[in-house]
Design a protein around this ligand. Sequence first.
Ligand code: DGL
Length: 298
Amino acid sequence: MLDVHTISLTDMQGHACNSELTPKNDSPCIGLFDSGVGGLSVLRALQHEIPWADYIYCGDTARLPYGKRKPETIVEYSMQASRFLIESGAESIVIACNTASSVALNAVQQAFPETMVRGVVEAGARAATNATRSGKIAVIGTECTVASQAYDKAITRLAPGTKVRSYACPFLVSLAEEGWTDCDIATLAARKYLEPLFAKFAPHKADCLVLGCTHFSKFANVIQDIVGPEVALIDPADCLAKELAPNFRLPAEEKSHRTGTASFHATDAPLRFARVGELFLETPIPRESLKQITLDNQ
Ligand code: DGL
């Protein structure tokens, strides 16, 4: 049993793969986890880039939101979800949650050295540094992600001198879990958080905004309307999927006729998870591929 309290939380910038993945068989199996439906936007991006892989998704719906919890708790939950995914057959793990990527990536990589473990933060930071022209980047995420400064550190390590401002928008997570991502309430909430930051004469107005929470991807239209077309929106899910694809190459003839499988696991209310989750995955979640599970100490 791992003692999560012995794992250092001070270096939250870890991003290296534990091992470059050589698929052990013809169909790679990738496990993903998040607190709820948000990580399905990462699954969607991965399925688009690597459609021949098999996927196992775990949504810890019994314990969301993660973003208001302390880092040690998120490390513990991340460890449990990762162990579940590996025991279920995942050969590599994508932490489909910015909060867990910010505070638990190193711990999960250290705990499972044989498994390639990747988070979303590094890919999002890289895309943002490539996109900005003004050198001013804004990041929105959960309270925990913002407090960890994971994006601030990753961005300034990649592009020293870049100005980064991170803002917590926790209510957007609740709206996402309701499936309310493109409606009047979503616009009001996003406006409340973002308008002061992107007003015409805002002192640190950025030209690039990182959607630093996987629950925020479906707010992209609403957010783009508020911040204006001159601000580039970065969804780390898309960036990570593109970065990972070369690790999962199959011979061309096998790729063309193989579509991978996906199974879905929620720690509470799986039917609700599937109903709202379909919005994020943008494809139906077959009920026979859906299971309720219990993680350790849940
Ligand atoms: N979707 C997660 C993230 O990317 C966490 C949201 C939450 O549970 O607070 O940070």
